[in-house]
Design a protein. Structure first.
Length: 281
C-alpha cells in the first residue's frame, strides 16, 4: 500500500542535463556543403575513395588500393561518370566499409539505416527502436558509477535515514549532486567496436535524466527514471583530423559527402531514449 504521495508534488524533475544542449544545429559537425576542393585538400583529403575520384567524377578502371603517397593522384586513370553515378558509388562503398565496424550482434544493421537516412532524410531527425533497446540495456547495466545506480543508492540511503518523513527537495538536490560524478551511458565498450553501436553513435552529444515517479510503500519504494539522449550523425574538422578516423576511407567518404559544396548531404540528430526502474519491494 502507498502511504506517501508527497513526492508527486515535485515530479517530474530533471536531475541531470549535459552542458551541450539538444538540437544544437550550430555545432561544427552539423555543417554541410561549406567546403571547396581546396578546403578539403588542405585537410589532406585528396584520396577519398578506392573506386572513384569524386572531385573529377572519374571511376577508376582499376580500384585504387595504393596509399596516396605512393601514387601520383593527379594521373590516376579512369572513366568519366555522372554526378549521380558518383553518389551511388560513394554511398555503396560507405555501406560496404561500415561492415568493418558492424558485423556481429543484433545492432549491426543500424549503421546501414543511418547511412540511408544520411542520403535520403534531408537532415530530418532519426529514430530507431533498436537504439532505444540498446540504450535501455546500457543504462540498466549495473556499475557503481552508472547514473541509475547512483540514483538508487541515494534514494535508498535517504529512506533508511528518514523513514518517517522525507524532505523531497533535499532528496532531489542530493541526487543531482551524486550524478555530477557518475559515468554517463555511452556506446564505447570494446564490443561496440564491432557490433554496430560504436560506429552508429559516434558520440552522445547531449543527455538528460529525469526522475518521473517516486513512490514510498509501507515495505519499500519504487522510482522510475527517464533517460533522453541525442547524437549528431555528422563529422567536424576535429574528427577528420584525428589520425584514427582519418586513416579509414569510411570517414573520409562521410566527411566528403557532408562537407563538399557540390554534394552537401545533410547531417542529422539521432534521438533515443529509455526508462530505468529501481526500488525495494
Amino acid at each position: 500500500m502507498v502511504n506517501d504521495f508527497s513526492a508527486s508534488m515535485y515530479l517530474p524533475e530533471t536531475v541531470f542535463e549535459t552542458v551541450k544542449s539538444f538540437n544544437d544545429s550550430s555545432a561544427n559537425d552539423m555543417k554541410c556543403g561549406d567546403m571547396s576542393d581546396q578546403d578539403l585538400f588542405s585537410l589532406g583529403l585528396r584520396d577519398i575513395s578506392a573506386k572513384v575520384d569524386p572531385y573529377r567524377l572519374i571511376r577508376y578502371d582499376i580500384p585504387d588500393t595504393t596509399p596516396v603517397d605512393g601514387i601520383s593522384w593527379a594521373t590516376v586513370r579512369g572513366t568519366k561518370i555522372s554526378y549521380e553515378e558518383c553518389i551511388d558509388i560513394l554511398f555503396a562503398e560507405m555501406k560496404a566499409l561500415s561492415q568493418l565496424f558492424s558485423f556481429q550482434g543484433e545492432y549491426k544493421m543500424v549503421i546501414g539505416e543511418l547511412i540511408d537516412h544520411f542520403r535520403y532524410g534531408n537532415g530530418s531527425w532519426f529514430y530507431s527502436q533498436r537504439l532505444n533497446l540498446a540504450f535501455h540495456d546500457r543504462i540498466n547495466n549495473y556499475s557503481p558509477e552508472n547514473p541509475l545506480s547512483r540514483i538508487e543508492d541515494t534514494i535508498r540511503n535517504e529512506f533508511k535515514l528518514n523513514s518517517m518523513s522525507i524532505d523531497y527537495p533535499s532528496l532531489l538536490h542530493s541526487i543531482k549532486i551524486k550524478l555530477l560524478n557518475s559515468s554517463l551511458p555511452k556506446f564505447d565498450e570494446k564490443a561496440d567496436r564491432i557490433n554496430g553501436l560504436g560506429i552508429s553513435i559516434h558520440d552522445i552529444a547531449a543527455q538528460k535524466i529525469s526522475l518521473i515517479n517516486l513512490q514510498k510503500y509501507a515495505m519499500g519504494w519504487s522510482a522510475t527514471v527517464y533517460f533522453e539522449a541525442q547524437d549528431h550523425f555528422g563529422l567536424d574538422v576535429t574528427d577528420i583530423r584525428n589520425k584514427i578516423y582519418n586513416q579509414f576511407r569510411f570517414f573520409r567518404i562521410w566527411f566528403f559527402l557532408q562537407r563538399h559544396r557540390d554534394f552537401a548531404f545533410k547531417p542529422f540528430f539521432t534521438n533515443f531514449h529509455a526508462t530505468g526502474k529501481v526500488g525495494e519491494y
